[in-house]
Design a protein around this ligand. Structure first.
Ligand code: ZN
Length: 220
């Protein structure tokens, strides 16, 4: 194994420990894929993410075929086709799957068939290509009994919402990506914060999209 490949494997383990601490990957949930060139590194399925070691990581090619599997009896994550959707369609350098409770609660506020909408929140500026005055939309798809069954609707949502770099799965979590592991991490942190804000506003009876902010709209 090259030193560089080892470094990508260590990055995944480090992020898994961090996300476990955030509550995004408890109970073996969540997952991470990091791409370096044409090699995709993925955390395995059904393991305690906070205990992951570099030798537990899978390597795949850009077509999603496993090129290197861990020696122990680990399974490739069921998230693999979903990670590959963002890598193939958006050239993502890293894709995170979080079970963030804030995202799950915010998804419950979104009517069926509609995207999650955000506007006029400072943390929106942390999301790739998004400004404070934008009405930013993130697709919300319905959950399925098995994670891999989400692949088709996720791929469709990625195609249908070219300005979003995330797909929320209702009552489940989110797939979110960036150009590399650090970028994907900050995207996930911003979305988590924004969803927490929406949930708190809703609980306080505030309509996030329509309340009077007493601030001028930008000249158009
Ligand atoms: Zn999941």
């Amino acid at each position: 194994m090259t030193a560089q490949n080892q470094a990508f494997r260590e990055t995944i383990c480090e992020l898994c420990r961090l996300f476990y601490g955030f509550g995004w990957a408890s109970g073996t949930g969540g997952g991470i894929a990091v791409r370096h060139g044409d090699t995709v590194f993925m955390a395995p399925s059904g393991v305690e993410k906070e205990k992951l070691l570099p030798e537990h990581i899978f390597e795949l090619d850009r077509q999603g075929h496993v090129t290197k599997a861990p020696t122990q009896a680990f399974e490739l994550t069921a998230c693999a086709p979903l990670f590959m959707a963002a890598i193939t369609q958006r050239n993502a350098g890293a894709v995170l799957h979080s079970h963030s409770l804030n995202v799950v609660l915010a998804s419950a506020l979104v009517p069926p068939g509609e995207p999650l909408r955000l506007t006029r929140m400072e943390m929106m500026k942390g999301l790739e290509g998004v400004g404070y005055f934008d009405v930013h939309e993130i697709p919300v798809i319905d959950n399925t009994a098995q994670e891999h069954e989400l692949a088709e609707t996720m791929a469709q949502a990625v195609r249908d919402w070219p300005r979003a770099n995330a797909v929320i799965v209702r009552n489940h979590g989110v797939y979110i990506w960036g150009r590399d592991a650090s970028h994907a991490k900050t995207q996930a942190e911003c979305l988590d914060w924004l969803c927490a804000a929406l949930v708190h506003m809703s609980a306080a009876g505030i309509d996030h999209l329509n309340y009077d902010r007493s601030e001028p709209a930008p000249a158009t």
